[in-house]
Design a protein around this ligand. Structure first.
Ligand code: NAP
Length: 271
């Protein structure tokens, strides 16, 4: 049974992907830790669309999870023709004051799980000469971001990795694309107990999914969601990289620098 696998589908952008793909008549396999949310979303999607909605509740930051998830799709007889690597989280603050275990967990989820899942599902897609992989990066992946150093670096990885795989896999019928949202109205900021970056226009998760579908239709290697975000990224290309980093530092230091200890937490509220 052909299926779209979406990680981080219990809220935000992943949930919007689940709703859209189900509405397009695609069977979905939803993955996140919050089983209660996945159960109710699957029930709703299965009821209103003529599709099969299934879930796997798991913590993808655990090293064994991607292999377990792949085996579970095989056991259920699912053909994953679309993989959306969306699960991720961030932190904000002075790097030395953040929880190091949490920073490493971020790399495990945002980078390691994404690479592992891409590797496992890409092989069969290439064998079938058909498939789509959307890796959710961020506008934060285009430049280093002081006070979001680890998060921005994970997203730079996702962007670079996806663009390289886009080129490698074009002749093999598989489309790999990085999706780069800017600030989006989701649980992202609450989950990480961080403030939204000041002065940035927000998009809805549905806007971001619209962008992704446009990117797929155009065969893009990456796509930035929102024209103000695109304008910002394009304009940053025109000035030295060090200038961009210093400007970002100047904007964020009053919120997250040494002078503002209250706003530097990255404590996880989910587990
Ligand atoms: N919101 C923004 O402004 C923004 C901007 C650029 C990029 N992004 C990226 O967009 C993606 C989706 O985030 P969002 O904005 O939609 O935030 P969100 O509402 O917090 O959604 C994050 C999703 O990831 C899941 N998740 C978190 N940790 C997990 C783990 N260890 N194992 C499995 N699933 C996990 C969460 O579900 P559970 O808690 O149930 O596990 C949830 O479904 C992320 O990669 C994020 O970096 C967001």
């Amino acid at each position: 049974m052909n299926t779209t696998l979406i990680t981080g589908a219990s809220s935000g952008i992943g949930e919007a992907f689940a709703r859209r793909f189900a509405a397009l008549g695609r069977n979905v396999l939803l993955v996140a830790r919050s089983e209660d949310k996945l159960v109710s979303l699957c029930n709703e999607l299965g009821r209103i669309n003529s599709i099969r909605a299934q879930y796997v509740a798991m913590d993808l930051s655990k090293p064994e999870s991607p292999a377990r998830l792949f085996e579970e799709t095989e056991r259920r007889g699912l053909v994953t023709d679309t993989l959306i690597n969306n699960a991720g989280f961030g932190s904000m603050g002075e790097f030395t004051r953040l929880d190091s275990a949490r920073e490493l967990e971020m790399i495990d989820l945002n980078v390691k799980a994404l690479v592992d899942l891409t590797y496992r599902f890409l092989g069969p897609m290439r064998a079938r000469k058909q498939g789509t992989i959307i890796n959710v990066a961020s506008t934060a992946g285009f430049q280093p971001v002081p006070f979001m150093a680890t998060y921005a670096a994970t997203k730079a990885f996702v962007l670079s990795f996806s663009e390289a795989l886009w080129e490698e896999n074009r002749p093999h019928g598989v489309h790999v694309m990085a999706l780069c949202p800017g600030v989006t109205e989701t649980n992202f900021f609450e989950a990480a107990q961080i403030q939204k970056p000041p002065g940035r226009a927000e998009q809805t998760p549905e806007d971001v999914v619209d962008t992704a579908l446009r990117g797929l239709a155009r065969g893009k290697s990456h796509i930035v969601s929102g024209w103000t975000n695109l304008l910002m990224i394009e304009s940053e290309r025109l000035v030295p990289r060090s200038f961009v980093v210093r400007m970002a530092g100047r904007v964020l230091r009053p919120y997250f620098g040494d002078g503002n200890k209250e706003t530097t937490g990255s404590k996880d509220t989910k587990e």
